[in-house]
Ligand binder design. Structure first.
Ligand code: RB5
Length: 149
């Protein structure tokens, strides 16, 4: 995995404010933030924003991606269509730790209509503070990308 302490952020129109709050928070933690918007509140389409962020992670330009929409679900589905992306939606800190520890997730998705700001920031912290455990989990993660038997 690329280790460059750079995180790409994106969302749809529903989650601009929370995305900007997360951007400020992770910048204060020392991460370089690549916020690819959008910045204006017009209705937009979450798939293009999810895919745009995912491409930056898949290319190695960014170590991680954090994406948001109303539920976190649609934008996660779009991101996971990009080869090499492992993105999970999290509404709790346990899941945020586990998608790093066991699934080597390189993207995190959050639903702005599901969790409040305080919990969202805790979820981000849990995701960023957890390393992949490797071992038997690496075998399984490899199976996501390759043959499943
Ligand atoms: C937009 O209204 C909403 O559909 C979107 O933010 C997201 O929840 C989709 O999964």
């Amino acid at each position: 995995m690329t280790v460059n302490k750079r995180i790409v952020l994106s969302s749809d129109h529903a989650a601009i404010e929370l995305r900007q709050t997360i951007a400020k928070h992770i910048a204060e933690l020392g991460w370089e933030v690549v916020d690819i918007g959008p910045t204006t509140p017009e209705s937009t389409h979450y798939p293009k924003h999810g895919k745009a962020a995912a491409l930056q992670v898949a290319s190695g330009d960014c170590q991680f991606g954090i994406i948001l929409c109303g539920t976190g679900q649609g934008i996660m589905m779009a991101a996971n269509k990009v080869a090499g992306i492992r993105c999970g939606v999290c509404s709790d800190t346990f899941s945020a730790r586990m998608i790093r520890a066991h699934n080597d997730a390189n993207m995190l998705s959050i639903g702005v209509r599901v969790v409040g700001e305080g919990l969202a920031l805790d979820i981000v912290d849990a995701f960023l503070a957890t390393d992949f455990e490797g071992g038997r989990h690496a075998t399984r993660v490899d199976m996501i990308e390759g043959p499943s038997e």
